[in-house]
Every structure is written in structure tokens, then in C-alpha cells.
Design a protein around this ligand. Sequence first.
Ligand code: Q46
Ligand code: ZN
Length: 306
Amino acid sequence: MKCRRCKAPALIDVRRHNAAFCADCFVHHCQEQVRRAIDAFDMLHPGDRVLMAVSGGKDSLGAWELLVALGYETDGLYLGLGIGDYSDASGRYARDFAAERGLKLVEIDIPAEHGFDIETAAATVRRPPCGACGLSKRHLFNQAALDGGYDVVATGHNLDDEAAVLFGNVLRWDAEYLGRQYPVLPAGPGFVRKVKPLVRLSEREMAAYCVIRRIDYIVEECPMAEGNRHLAYKEALNLLEQKSPGAKANFVFSFLERGHARFAGDAEAERVELTPCAVCGSPTTGEVCAFCRMSERARGRHQADG
Ligand code: Q46
Ligand code: ZN
């Protein structure tokens, strides 16, 4: 196997592209994929201040490094979820990554700053942990970006993540979610832009990128991920991908090119009629936003339990 770009012995093959690369050219390939995603979806503009949400895992740390390599002014944001040893360890990886490269890491600790943890919040609102976690992340990422004067929040969702979410949305034909599934969500009043620069890179490519670039990341999955439906969707899609390389990318990018626009109206309807939350000021459809309602109840329970 020879590197497609320089003809040196190849180290990794990317079947979807029918190509193999040596270490240096693979790094170039990953940068190219990110650059193409940014261009195609108009994710970032020169001079943007980017806040990269990092979990300590391969995707977000790799994405942070890729954005910096491409010349974007990018600080990291680490959210402490209060998930026991997992949170302690993932925070250490994020901090070490930033310190070793002289990058700035903004940190928010939910238990210390908001008085609850994800498990308690999930129990209070009777949602699966990932629902309570996702709600908290969306709210706090946006808030941190507004507070810090950032133009955009970037997240480490890769091609496999996007394919799994799309698969789930299609299985339910959830028009509103399909309308919102796009690698860039524009800014609006009270919302900064959200982008997913890894949409053209797979989980396997990100793992290889981190090994080649010597990025030390947390390998364990979040203990709450078990039972998460997305894991089953990923397995199903991996099976398809094995039989027909490129199936995942085709599924996602054909949707973005030809399907998404048909659902955009369903997501738009959601955004109208927003007023500031009486507690935190972020745009919401009710009087108090979902995050503030959940955190208030979770705080009460956290204290009662504690
Ligand atoms: S951190 Fe949060 Fe994930 Fe853990 S609780 Fe679920 S959503 S699995 S990316
Ligand atoms: Zn609020």
C-alpha cells in the first residue's frame, strides 16, 4: 500500500476515499477535510473568535488542534458534568492538552457553579442522563460563548455521530430535528453560531489523527452512554459501511444536499416567539428556560440528597 499523495509506504487506508496515506499526508488529509467542511458550509470567517467545546476525548481535542493548525483563533471550553471519576479524568486530559500547547481553556464546573450534577438532574426531570446532559451543554456552551465574546461554538461531532443522529431522526421521521440537523446553525438573537468542523471525518480517522499527532485523550466512554440509542445506530451503520464503504458519508451528505432544505421550515417554526428567560435571560419559549427549570429542581434534590 502506497501513500496516495507522496507514494511513500502508507500507514492508514481510508476506504471511503479509496485511498491510503503515510503519517504526514494523513495529517494533511484531515486538515483538508476540515478546511473543505468549513468552506462548504461557510462555518468560520477570518477573524472569528472560536470556542471549541472539549470533553477530553479524541474528537474534540483533535478538532481543537486542527482548527489551531488552520489558523483559527480558538480557545477551549471544558464543562465539568460531575460524573464521578470519568469527569475527573476527562478534565485532566483537557487541561493537559491545553497546557502543553499554551492554549487557553475556559472551564465551567456544573456541580460547583450550578449546584447539581447530571445524574441528579436526569432523575429530577425523569429523562435519560444524556437528555439532561445535552440540554445543559447546549445552554452552557452558548452562555459561555456570549460571556466570553466568542463568535462561534465548535463541537467535535464527527461523521459517525452525524450519521447516527440522522439515522435516528429518519427512523422517527422527526421533521423538526431533521430541519435542525446541519453542520452550521446560524447566530440569532441570544444565540452564537454553532459549527461541526469534523463532519467530513470519521471516528476511525480521528483516532488515527490523535495517535499520529500524539494527542493524549480519554479512551473510556462516559459511563452514562450505555443504553444510548445512538450506539445501536452506530453499530448498524458500521455494518453497512463494511459492506459498502462510503455509505455513511453518502447518507449524510446526500441528506444535506437534497433532503435538509425540505425540513428547514419545520425547524424555523421553533425559533419564532422567543422571549428572554426570567432567570438567566437566554431566549426561550416559556417564562423560564428549560435549563433554569431543570437546574432549580435538581439543586433542591441535590441539597436534599447531599
Ligand atoms: S457526556 Fe453527557 Fe455524553 Fe455522558 S451523559 Fe450522555 S451526553 S454520554 S457525549
Ligand atoms: Zn434560563
